[in-house]
Design a binder for this molecule. Structure first.
Ligand code: PEP
Length: 250
């Protein structure tokens, strides 16, 4: 049995002073959740959020991590900095990073190595664009991204990773993959993990769906056998909606 994981991705939203009200609304609604509950927030919110969520079941995550320990990497943030601020999880390779900030399978791999080395729990994002899906390349793209991300990663470390399957055409567009589309591609991704690491690791790996998941469509997606939770952008900014999603993920 895989424990579902619902992770919010606040992207570049909410300042530190906006966190307290959010947590006071969310925490009581999700206190009995049977899934893992994570909020991946902007760097400047991490310390505040980790203090606010200390006595709750909400875990805090970041949205990126540098591949180096320290040094001349202007604008980057190290794993040690994230951990000291209170982050437990980190999103790596989100499609917005790939699209706008030049993230590649190679840099995703380097960041993943660094997260694992430092005991951060990685959520690695993969997913095809609309052109790629319509061009029949969905499987190839996801396979290439998974193989690239996990290059050189041991089975022991791979078992600590959560994958988020996020079709790029469904992110922030209000256009969700159908339950079946999401389930099918996640099943395919699991088969790629099986080829890389064997059945035990593949069966144990949590693979989320991400892409316009919300309070209305979560039940159908979570009813699918391959889907182990969600990475949620827009709907994670609203505590009541996010609570519904969390409490549907059983
Ligand atoms: C995301 O940011 O990973 C995401 C899935 O966003 P949204 O839920 O807004 O589509």
């Amino acid at each position: 049995m895989r424990k579902p994981i619902i992770a919010g991705n606040w992207k570049m939203n909410k300042t530190a002073s906006e966190c307290a009200e959010f947590v006071s609304k969310l925490a009581p609604q999700v206190k009995d959740a049977t899934c893992d509950v994570v909020l991946c927030v902007p760097f400047t919110d991490i310390a505040t959020m980790s203090a606010l969520t200390e006595k709750t079941n909400i875990k805090v995550g970041a949205q990126n991590v540098a591949w180096a320990d320290s040094g001349a990497f202007t604008g980057e943030i190290s794993a040690a900095m994230l951990k000291e601020a209170g982050a437990e999880y980190v999103i790596i390779g989100h499609s917005e990073r790939r699209q706008y900030f030049g993230e590649t399978d190679k840099s995703v791999n380097m960041r993943l190595v660094q997260a694992l080395k430092n005991g951060l729990k990685p959520i690695v994002c993969v997913g095809e664009t609309l052109d790629e899906r319509e061009g029949g390349k969905t499987e190839l793209v996801n396979k290439t991204q998974v193989e690239g991300a996990f290059s050189g990663i041991s089975a022991e470390d791979a078992a600590k990773v959560v994958i988020a399957y996020e079709p790029v055409w469904a992110i922030g567009t209000g256009r969700t993959a159908t339950d079946e589309q999401a389930n099918e591609t996640i099943g395919y991704i699991r088969s790629v993990v099986k080829l890389l690491y064997g059945k035990k690791i593949a069966d144990g790996m949590r693979i989320q769906y991400g892409g316009s998941m919300n309070a209305k469509n979560v039940a159908g997606l979570m009813a699918q056998t391959e889907i182990d939770g969600g990475l949620i952008g827009g709907a994670s900014l609203k505590p009541d909606d996010f609570a519904i999603i969390v409490n549907t993920a059983k």
